[in-house]
Design a protein around this ligand. Structure first.
Ligand SMILES: [Zn+2]
Length: 92
């Protein structure tokens, strides 16, 4: 289970919840939508990437392989994507 931020009232709620338990905002569609990002011209499904790996270091390794980025570039790209989507550099 992961916590996501309600886009309406910004409290943290389970991604499994059908609606925000604070304000009732419907979350089911939001939780099912995969996050895709373009990194160095390569489209990466971030939701699947995170689900398929055990930690962020593994995700960064895969981003390096897919994009040809160096370690620092891949790490920066992943940090930025995580901060923007999850509000934290570590999505685990
Ligand atoms: Zn809410």
């Amino acid at each position: 289970m992961t916590l996501i931020k309600c886009p309406e009232c910004e409290i943290e709620v389970s991604d499994q919840a059908p609606a925000c338990n604070g304000c009732g905002y419907p979350l089911s569609d939001l939780a099912n939508e995969d996050i895709t990002e373009t990194v160095n011209g390569v489209e990466i499904n971030i939701t699947q990437l995170i689900a398929a790996h055990k930690d962020r270091v593994d995700c960064i390794k895969t981003i390096r392989k897919k994009t040809g980025y160096g370690l620092a570039e891949a790490k920066d790209a992943f940090d930025e994507i995580c901060m923007r989507n999850f509000g934290d550099v570590d999505p685990y």
